[in-house]
Design a protein around this ligand. Structure first.
Ligand code: ARG
Length: 409
């Protein structure tokens, strides 16, 4: 043959099958063309002589982690009015730094849900072209929302005439925005179904967009083959979004029994950012978060953790979504221990951040678990993460597409 594809062979103490929770001892993986070609136990597999080897004694291999809610182009130290001084080109460069930090933390796939100027599309394309290191990105472009809502920018007075790019009122304006986002490279649609914590002058409990508008939004997106992620804290907005047929609800802070029953009935995924409250209440003021937002967070953070527990107990589909960007990128893994603290088993927390996320993305055939034929997105930790989930805060090895980005055995 003229060209010999490089073969990578990885061995470790154990491999965790996130689907079954089974730990396999002494695994050996053969990787070629970025894909897992064979998985065997130790000496059962003949190793090609020209193969590169990565031996990880004492380590457990897992699929790369997946975060369904990040904002790579946002800086956690610049909130509120401080963010007004950051241009789209500047935010894009910040995104390059954050993409690397996220990958090095073991997150090999993330969903970027809301960015101005299609900076997220540029970042995704640069990563895919190999210009800069980063996770696989699925991006939304500008998030859609009502005038004056959470997805608008309400910091400046009328004199400045500032409106966010994703603002659209009424079914046809919404459909036009979706078509525009698709034209410029969006992989999915993000919209705001209620007010938020970090926006000025919005109520977390109040629905934004009528049922009619949400129905049109989801119909248009699905017709074009895109999934929909809805930001929603309050109950009525959560329910309207689920009834409209969204694929995931982000935050989902206030959940009554009916909201949980609807999520189960529709198979909707909940992406609940239950770590970020610790950063907002601890560091937020310094970072520029407004007092009115801190006041909202004092209520939302606690309620959201109770809702998380209820949703887990009820068996709702859950994915890992952290809202990194509100807090520092690279700290994504800290949320896993909170998910266990608030009701999940360690295996459920790992499933939420791997196979469930892959399924939400429609990528379950190529991502989300370590199986022959899937992409070689692999991480390792020292020890058994089912015994201590916080091990995922210190990922030792990161392989994406069969390429080693980090290895500190
Ligand atoms: N981006 C979200 C918002 O402004 C952050 C909410 C964070 N708080 C929480 N408890 N999850 O609404």
């Amino acid at each position: 043959t003229l060209t010999q594809a490089e073969t990578l062979v990885v061995t470790a103490d154990a491999l965790l099958d996130v689907k079954s929770g089974k730990r396999f001892s002494s695994p050996l993986l053969v990787i070629e063309d970025g894909v897992i070609q064979r998985i065997g136990m130790g000496k059962d597999i003949a190793i090609p002589d020209n193969a590169r080897r990565l031996d990880l004694p004492g380590h457990t291999l897992l699929p790369g982690l997946m975060d369904m809610h990040v904002h790579l182009t946002m800086d956690a130290t610049l909130h509120g009015y401080k963010r007004l001084a950051v241009s789209v080109p500047r935010a894009t460069i910040t995104g390059v730094k954050h993409a690397k930090a996220t990958l090095m933390a073991g997150f090999t796939t993330v969903r970027n849900v809301g960015a101005g100027g299609f900076s997220d599309v540029a970042l995704r394309n640069a990563i895919n072209a190999g210009d800069v290191p980063g996770p696989r990105l699925f991006v939304s472009g500008p998030a859609l929302g009502v005038t004056g809502g959470h997805c608008d920018n309400n910091l400046l007075t009328y004199d400045h005439q500032v409106t966010s790019e994703g603002v659209a009122d009424g079914p046809w304006a919404i459909r036009e925005k979706i078509r525009r986002n698709i034209k410029y490279g969006a992989d999915l649609i993000k919209f705001c179904a209620t007010g938020g914590v970090l926006s000025k002058g919005t109520k977390v409990g109040a629905q934004q967009y009528s049922q009619e508008e949400m129905n049109a939004l989801v119909e248009e997106a699905h017709m074009r083959g895109l999934t929909v992620a809805a930001h929603a804290h309050g109950n009525s907005g959560v329910k309207a979004a689920i009834r409209a047929g969204v694929d995931s609800v982000e935050h989902a802070s206030f959940l009554d029994d009916e909201a949980i029953a609807l999520a189960k009935q529709h198979g909707t995924y909940l992406s609940m950012d239950i770590y970020t409250t610790e950063y907002i209440l601890g560091e937020g003021e310094k970072a520029g978060i407004l007092e009115e937002s801190l006041a909202k967070e004092r209520v939302v953070g606690k309620t959201q953790r109770d809702s998380f527990h209820k949703a887990v107990d009820a068996g709702v589909n859950m994915v890992f979504g952290s809202d990194a960007g509100v807090y520092p990128h690279g700290d994504n893994g800290k949320q896993l221990s909170r998910m266990v603290q608030f009701g999940m088993t360690p295996l459920q927390a790992l499933q939420a951040s791997t196979i469930n996320a892959a399924t939400l993305l429609g990528q379950e055939k190529s991502l989300g678990s370590l199986e022959v034929g899937k992409m070689a997105d692999i991480i390792s930790v020292k020890g058994d993460p089912l015994q201590d989930i916080s091990l995922l805060e210190n990922v030792n090895t990161v392989i994406k597409d069969g390429k080693i980005y980090k290895s500190m055995p």
